[in-house]
Design a protein around this ligand. Structure first.
Ligand SMILES: [Zn+2]
Length: 108
């Protein structure tokens, strides 16, 4: 089995921008809630939820931008495989599996 390529821990531009937007969004909502007599625990919970959601969305966008969707070209076949964070050899194997209808069709 081929070793998986290591994922860099350095944030990408998409992750950095989504982090800044999530932080600003959470801070804005936190200040708005503070003006409406919401408890500190309530504000803290909402801010953490907004931060987590924003960072998760940024991570998903990042994954989608780095992934490849491989579809079968056979009419009427809905087989598709999304690959990311894998070796070139594995991408080649999955591409052959997805694009060769005989390897995944009803006849096998
Ligand atoms: Zn197919």
């Amino acid at each position: 089995m081929a070793p998986k390529p290591a994922k860099s821990l350095k944030p990408t531009a998409i992750e950095a921008i989504s982090g800044v937007i999530a932080s600003l969004w959470a801070a804005f909502i936190g200040f708005e809630l503070a003006d409406h007599d919401v408890s500190v625990l309530g504000i803290f919970s909402v801010v953490l939820a907004l931060l987590a959601t924003g960072l998760m969305i940024g991570s998903r966008v990042q994954d989608a931008s780095r992934s490849e969707l491989i579809k079968c070209h056979e009419p009427g076949c809905n087989t598709q495989i999304r690959v990311w964070h894998t070796s070139n050899a594995e991408v080649t194997r999955l591409r052959e599996l997805a694009q060769d209808h005989c390897k995944h069709g009803a006849g096998t």
